[in-house]
Design a protein around this ligand. Structure first.
Ligand code: SF4
Length: 210
């Protein structure tokens, strides 16, 4: 896709979705990281519901280790894969305390070594908390960017690498949020609302449907 078209797409999205931000509720950067870990294969709404009470008692990795796995599971049992996620969250809290004196590392390579933190989680954390121009690729970002034809990739890792290469700097901070919102609201997985989509004139998927 031409650079001009990519620019036009993000200009349109910026008008559609003003001031997009993470919808995960969290009092600080540690709890935000925990919420992102919990959000894998779940929804932000489900995570916010479960963490509302959790974050009244847990605000740091020390609180999390003191709470312990059994009690943590009681708070998050409504979230998919909660057993695994509880194990990872307790381990990542212990690692942050032992290796980093209670502070979350800033470097991408160190973040992805924390238990339960993959490329997507580390990128969301760096984008939202550290204000870095990372483009985390979840199911919405993957679907929308490939349907539009901004990228043509088979997996999320390659999609992220390519998006970070080709999206102009001025859109990079917000690109992930724009594409998620467009995927949730218009370019849905099963029935995309192409008839009302403001990006239809740029879209590969739509042009191939006729
Ligand atoms: S035209 Fe349809 S497929 Fe293309 S981005 Fe819009 S909703 Fe998605």
């Amino acid at each position: 896709m031409k650079n001009n078209n990519i620019n036009s797409i993000f200009l349109i999205l910026s008008k559609e979705y003003k001031n997009p931000k993470s919808e995960l509720n969290s009092p600080n950067s540690f709890t935000f990281l925990v919420s992102v870990v919990l959000s894998a294969q779940s929804t932000d709404i489900a995570v916010n519901k479960a963490t509302k009470d959790l974050y009244k008692v847990v605000k740091s990795p020390y609180d999390m280790v003191n709470l312990g796995k059994t009690k943590l599971k009681k708070y998050i049992k409504t979230i998919g894969l909660y057993n695994n996620k509880a194990n990872n969250i307790i381990s990542l809290s212990k690692t942050i305390i032992k290796k980093y004196r209670g502070k979350i590392p800033k470097e991408f390579d160190l973040l992805i070594k924390l238990p339960g933190v993959g490329k997507k989680t580390a990128s969301v954390y760096q984008n939202v908390v550290l204000k870095k121009p990372k483009i985390a690729v979840d199911t919405h970002v993957f679907r929308v960017s490939n349907r539009l034809g901004i990228v043509k990739e088979k997996n999320t890792d390659k999609t992220q690498d390519r998006l970070e290469e080709i999206i102009p700097s001025k859109w990079k901070m917000k690109a992930h949020h724009f594409l998620i919102l467009h995927g949730r609201n218009i370019c849905k997985s099963q029935k995309p609302k192409c008839e009302i989509c403001k990006l239809s004139s740029f879209c590969d998927y739509l042009s191939k449907s006729f």
